[in-house]
Each structure stands twice: as structure tokens, then as C-alpha cells.
Design a protein around this ligand. Structure first.
Ligand SMILES: Nc1ncnc2c1ncn2[C@@H]1O[C@H](COP(=O)(O)OP(=O)(O)OP(=O)(O)O)[C@@H](O)[C@H]1O
Length: 409
């Protein structure tokens, strides 16, 4: 269903992904792991059509991706920015469904069903800011599920929640994957999680990013947090994935990972101290490389560390482009594609916990800037439904299009 062929992506001179090849079958849940900066998010953004490959192709269901495909949804890590604070939870979930047609009552019924499937049947009439962080992330997932995309992309979706909630959400993803048969690509930093949820774990290498290894997860489909994690195969796999990720990180350190702190004057250090430390680190990296050479299924070329690009700004440009595009499109695409992070404009800052006791007061308060796209076409609905107090949380109010630098994660 998804074919990525020789995908290369560069930011200026910085080649992040180079000739990356990956195929994902219908109904598969593929976890993607790799050292920080190896290009996991860049890969997802290429698949989502938010950025264009420098070369190579991404083909979804036989159609090369050009722009954000209709049958795709994305769930990002930052739940607090992906829901519209002035819409009820139910209407947040129903919003992207407008693209698919159907009456308002039908859309609301679908939204309620999706909320039920994530265990939030009673939360439909609340506002996102009245929910805890974990609940808000469930709402984001429900919104993606209600849309029934053929491909669901999840970029560190559980990175901002506590450990217990994270486990619950992992089980939720497994449940919907099993019940809906949806194809899911999940990027995570958590090696255990990659094995726990995945049918297959894809390990990316760095500098340039490409597929370093693919490990099928041959664990029973029914997984549980205690039993599965104690399973010998789980333990073996997590060790193997961990070794591959660490090997990739050691082989291609990012600036600062294996180097003395930049700007430390040589003669300020106690004599020999830096030297010893550095030798030790290099040795560690060499050992890791030796391990890696033994274990890695493919040999990575040696590359020096690559300087970080102007990440925030450039990401912001892309995001802004996405915003313009989506807002122009009625704002709906943003919501359904999960690019809503930025495109939806308004953001509920502050946690649900804090804001749970706040009561709506001012109906006329409305979202600023980038929210127009959403507002269009649904203004009537919103007039009656807008939160009475846009100050969703203590001292917080919906803001306009989020700052570009914050978009990425
Ligand atoms: N828009 C951009 N402009 C310039 N450089 C960028 C941009 N986006 C990402 N980069 C750079 O590309 C590299 C890969 O970034 P990316 O976010 O895809 O990696 P990642 O594997 O998702 O990282 P992490 O695990 O830390 O989130 C990094 O060096 C990053 O600084």
C-alpha cells in the first residue's frame, strides 16, 4: 500500500535521507526508530506530502504523493496544539469528516462512535481544555480514527504523556489496529514501545538516514503490558533494536554527542582531562562500530557529524505553507491530516488539569489568525458552541497560528 523508493531528502546541503527504500503492506503496523536527527520526522513529512522529496518517490495505494493525500491522517506528539479549544471534543472529532460529506447528524454520530472506541464516550460535550493530557491525545486519535484513513502516521504520539497513560495509549493503538485493520506507521524514540506495538520494527541509520535494519516482530497479536514485555522474544528483540539504534548513533554522532563541550578553551581544562575523556569516548564509539559491523545487516558509509540545520525556521516555512494550503482549503484538511497542529490556528495552552475547573463565559471570544479556515463554513455551528471563555486555561487564551519553530514536534 505504501512504497518508498530511493527517497532522498536534503535541507540545503544537508542530506538527511538518502536513497531510502521501504514498503509497508496493507494493515501493517510498522514502528520506526533511529537515533535523534536521523530523519524520522522528515520521512513522515515526505509521506504526508507536507514536504517534497529531493529525489525518489512515495507512492500510496498506487498514486504518487503530491501534496497531502485525502486518505491519510497524522497524529503528532503535541496534543495540546492539535485540538481546537473553541470546539467541543465531539466537534473536534467530527470536523474533518465534513470533507467526506454526510449530514451534520451523521458526522456527529461517527465522532461519538470514535470517541467511544477510545474510551471517551462521555467526553463529547466537553472542551479539550477540560480534559487531561492523555485524554486530549485520545481525542486526537479518535479524530484520526473517525476519518478512517487508509494510512495513519503517528510521530511520537505518546511522547508528552505520563508512563501509565503511554501504556494505555499503546494498547489503544493495538486495539484499533486489530479491530480496524488500519495501516499505521509509528515513529518512536522508545525501543520497548517499538517492539511492543509493531508488526515490524524499521531501524533508521543516520548521516545519511536510510533503513539500517528491518526486524519482524513475531510476537502473538494479542499483547499485554506485563506478559508480552516478559516474553523471551520481546526481550531478545528489544536488545537487538537497542543495539542497532545505539550502533547507528555511535557511528554517526551528532555534534556534541561524543565531543567535548564546544567553546571550552583548551588551556582552561585540567591538563590531560579532556584528552582522556575523549579517548574513552572514541574507544566506545569504535567498539560500537565493531559490534555494528558484526551485527548490522548492511554496511553504512562513514560520515562525519553533520551540523544541525535551521530546523525551526525552515520547518516553520513548510508548516506555514501547509497552513496556507489547508486554511485555503477550508481548514478541514489540516484537521484530518493532523497538520492541524499548526493549521488549526487556535491552541489550548495549559493542561486540561489546570483548566478543568474553568467555566466558559464569553461566547464572543473567538480564535485569532489562522483559525479562519476552520471557522469558515462552520460558523453557524460554532456560534452556538463556542466556548464561552476563550481563556481555556489559567492565563491562557487561544492563539493564532502557532509559532513556526514549534511546529515540528
Ligand atoms: N526544515 C528543516 N530545515 C533544515 N534542517 C532540518 C529541517 N527539518 C529537520 N532538519 C534537520 O534534519 C535532520 C533530521 O531531522 P528530523 O527531525 O527529521 O530527525 P528525527 O529523526 O525526527 O529527530 P528526532 O528523533 O530528534 O526528533 C536534523 O539534523 C534536523 O536538524
Amino acid at each position: 500500500m505504501l512504497e518508498i523508493k530511493d527517497l532522498t531528502h536534503s535541507y540545503g546541503d544537508h542530506v538527511v535521507l538518502e536513497k531510502l527504500n521501504l514498503e509497508v503492506a496493507q494493515g501493517e503496523l510498522v514502528s520506526i526508530v533511529g537515533p535523534s536527527g536521523c530523519g524520522k520526522s522528515t520521512l513522515l513529512r515526505n509521506i504526508a506530502g507536507l514536504i517534497t522529496p529531493t529525489s525518489g518517490s512515495v507512492v500510496l495505494n498506487g498514486t504518487p504523493i503530491q501534496g497531502v493525500p485525502d486518505d491519510l491522517a497524522v497524529v503528532f506528539q503535541d496534543y495540546s496544539r492539535s485540538l481546537l479549544p473553541w470546539l467541543t471534543v465531539r466537534d473536534n472529532v467530527a470536523l474533518p469528516l465534513r470533507r467526506k460529506g454526510g449530514s451534520k447528524a451523521e458526522r456527529r454520530a461517527q465522532a461519538e462512535k470514535a470517541l467511544e472506541s477510545v474510551g471517551l464516550a462521555d467526553a463529547g460535550k466537553k472542551y479539550p481544555w477540560q480534559l487531561s493530557g492523555g485524554m486530549q491525545q485520545r481525542v486526537s486519535i479518535a479524530r484520526a480514527l473517525a476519518y478512517r484513513p487508509s494510512l495513519l502516521l503517528m510521530d511520537e504520539p505518546f511522547g508528552s504523556v505520563d508512563a501509565q497513560t503511554r501504556e494505555d495509549l499503546e494498547d489503544l493503538v493495538l486495539k484499533v489496529h486489530r479491530e480496524e485493520g488500519m495501516t499505521i506507521l509509528l515513529v518512536t524514540h522508545d525501543i520497548d514501545e517499538s517492539v511492543y506495538v509493531g508488526d515490524r520494527v524499521v531501524v533508521l541509520g543516520r548521516n545519511p538516514g536510510r533503513v539500517r535494519a528491518e526486524l519482524p516482530v513475531e510476537l502473538p497479536a494479542d499483547r499485554d503490558q506485563i506478559g508480552t514485555r516478559a516474553d523471551a522474544e520481546f526481550v531478545r528483540l528489544r536488545a537487538e533494536v537497542g543495539k542497532l539504534v545505539r550502533g547507528a548513533a555511535a557511528a554517526d554522532p551528532m555534534p556534541g554527542e561524543h565531543e567535548p563541550v564546544a567553546g571550552t578553551a583548551k588551556d582552561e581544562k585540567p591538563k590531560g582531562a579532556g584528552k582522556t575523556k575523549r579517548v574513552k569516548k572514541v574507544k566506545k564509539a569504535d567498539e560500537a562500530k565493531a559490534d555494528e559491523a558484526k551485527d548490522a545487516p548492511e554496511t553504512e558509509p562513514e560520515h562525519g557529524p553533520v551540523a544541525e540545520g535551521e530546523n525551526g525556521d525552515t520547518v516553520g516555512d513548510e508548516a506555514e505553507e501547509a497552513v496556507k494550503k489547508t486554511v485555503k482549503d477550508g481548514g478541514e484538511k489540516a484537521a484530518e491530516a493532523g497538520t492541524s497542529d499548526d493549521a488549526e490556528g487556535g491552541t489550548a495552552r495549559g493542561n486540561g488539569d489546570e483548566s478543568a475547573e474553568q467555566t466558559p463565559e464569553k461566547a464572543e471570544d473567538k480564535p485569532a489568525d489562522g483559525a479562519e479556515g476552520e471557522a469558515e463554513g462552520d460558523a453557524a455551528d460554532k456560534a452556538e458552541e463556542a466556548p464561552k471563555d476563550a481563556k481555556a486555561a489559567k492565563g491562557d487564551k487561544p492563539t493564532g497560528v502557532m509559532s513556526a519553530a514549534k511546529v515540528k514536534k
